[in-house]
Design a protein around this ligand. Structure first.
Ligand SMILES: *Cc1c(COP(=O)(O)O)cnc(C)c1O
Length: 361
């Protein structure tokens, strides 16, 4: 007899998300380059705001997030009424699936896309649809060919994790304009700030009713541990998502630290500039050592090896040196390692270690 207590269909198909490893057995000062965290951490102003929040711990937080939405709106030139804040952008992705996709509906994403799209689609009872990429880059024609009457959401991270590649505004607009009428295009801009002059799709959203963007404080803002993200889109979609958002989904400490962080754009500019410089250095250093990568637009490099065995051996070698990078077999890239751009010393160490690994073979 089957157990009469059963979860909703789809739930047991969810493979548990595994975060990047943080420790190596026997190593106390390991360098973590496995979760695309900002090696410089958050703005001092964000840390001060977090500390000040300790005096308000007995008070419930604000429910409408007005001050944080206002700050985001001012900095990005967006209407605060069309912004929603969540527990990381993961929560916004979850809201979108819960609100717009159910049993028999399809949620489309690309073959090397972020694992949360599949997880949130299954959690909503919807059917995940993975579309092949071309040379580790989203292929708009393939995405359009995969869309049907049942497609409700199409997720694209631009830049994408773990490939680091992105597609241009012309391709994004062509995709938005050609989708079936009932589908929403979600542009995941977790790494948008790393691309100089890129608005994450905000301008397009101003002109279209079927495009939505998610953003996060976990990457360039260096606040992954605090869990804050946001979304921007048509007012009608924001109104729907707010109905399923818990009224107290963000704490006072989260709200106030995020507001201080977004108002410190000098910190963002410094982090972007260092990332751009070190990313170019590391990509070239690895290429010289026989390890190619696609031109990355984010804060990591997807290093390619001959095969899965070599990637696995290199990962083990790096761990032995106290360097933690990310295996990405779960993203359909078993022959690759994703390496976060750390500070200068970390970049030098990882380049040196990969050179040793290549040289000893
Ligand atoms: C890191 C990342 C996020 C951010 O998730 P949070 O929940 O905001 O921490 C979103 N999308 C992609 C593609 C990412 O790599």
């Amino acid at each position: 007899m089957t157990d009469p207590i059963r979860p909703q269909p789809g739930i047991l198909d969810i493979a548990l998300y595994e975060g990047g490893a943080a420790h190596v057995a026997g190593v106390t000062d390991a360098i973590k380059l496995s979760s695309n965290e900002n090696p410089f951490g958050p703005s001092d102003r964000a840390k001060d705001a977090f500390q000040r929040a300790v005096h308000k711990l007995h008070r419930y937080p604000n429910t409408d997030h007005a001050a944080l939405r206002q700050a985001i709106g001012e900095v990005h030139g967006l209407d605060p009424a069309r912004i929603i804040c969540g527990v990381g952008s993961d929560e916004i992705i979850h809201f979108l699936c819960q609100a717009y996709a159910g049993p028999r509906d399809e949620v489309v994403f690309t073959e090397h896309g972020f694992l949360m799209y599949r997880i949130s689609a299954l959690a909503a009872g919807a059917t995940p649809v993975s579309v092949r990429e071309r040379e580790r880059t989203a292929d708009v024609d393939a995405i359009l060919a995969a869309c049907t009457r049942r497609t409700k959401l199409v997720f694209i991270a631009n830049p994408n994790n773990p490939t680091g590649t992105m597609i241009g505004p012309g391709e994004i607009e062509r995709l938005a304009a050609s989708l079936p009428k009932q589908a929403i295009l979600v542009l995941d801009g977790a790494y948008a700030e790393y691309v100089e002059g890129y608005d994450g799709g905000a301008e397009l959203i101003g002109r279209r009713a079927n495009v939505f963007m998610t953003r996060t404080f976990s990457k360039i803002y260096g606040l992954g541990g605090l869990r804050i993200g946001w979304g921007y889109g048509p007012k009608a979609i924001i109104d729907v998502l707010n109905r399923i958002r818990g009224p107290f989904n963000l704490s006072t400490a989260q709200l106030e630290a995020a507001e201080a962080a977004v108002r410190d754009q000098d910190h963002v500019d410094r982090c972007r500039a260092e990332n751009t410089r070190l990313r170019a250095w590391l990509a070239e250093a690895l290429a010289e050592r026989g390890v190619p990568s696609d031109t990355s637009t984010a804060n990591f490099i997807l290093a390619r090896f001959a095969d899965e065995a070599e990637a696995s051996a290199c990962d083990a070698f790096l761990q032995g040196q106290g360097l933690i990078v990310r295996r990405v077999a779960g993203y359909g890239l078993p022959h690759c390692l994703r390496i976060t751009i750390g500070d200068e010393a970390s970049c030098r160490r990882v380049a040196h270690a990969i050179g040793q690994f290549k040289g000893q073979k």
